[in-house]
Design a protein. Structure first.
Length: 115
């Protein structure tokens, strides 16, 4: 029995091909997005600690926690687009951005608690 699909010539191993094949094994592709995400989370937790230390009465600090996550998520999406334009791995940036935006949705209850 012969193979009905002809053998394709080897293509370059660029980020577009790696995205399609789902072979992401390079740890360095995940290092910068992970550091970025952890940094944004630490900043948001610092703002949350300041909010809690002031007794939970500051509306500005309450709104700043989801604001930090929103800014981090948008920044992650922008960095993902920039990585895509440079033909680098953009999927980890998109994952970090969506994770930060989901954390923002969870943090939206904080401004309500300050009222």
């Amino acid at each position: 029995m012969t193979n009905q699909y002809p053998q394709q010539p080897p293509a370059e191993s660029g980020p577009g091909r790696r995205d399609v094949e789902k072979r992401w094994s390079d740890a360095s592709d995940y290092r910068a997005p992970t550091i970025y995400g952890v940094t944004v989370i630490v900043i948001a937790m610092g703002v949350l600690a300041a909010f809690a230390a002031l007794g939970g009465e500051s509306r500005g600090l309450a709104a700043a926690v989801p604001g930090v996550f929103l800014a981090g998520g948008i920044g992650g999406l922008i960095l993902g687009v920039r990585a895509y334009a440079r033909k680098q791995s953009w999927v980890p940036w998109q994952g970090v951005a969506w994770f930060l935006l989901i954390l923002m949705l969870g943090a939206l209850v904080l401004p309500l608690s300050a009222w």
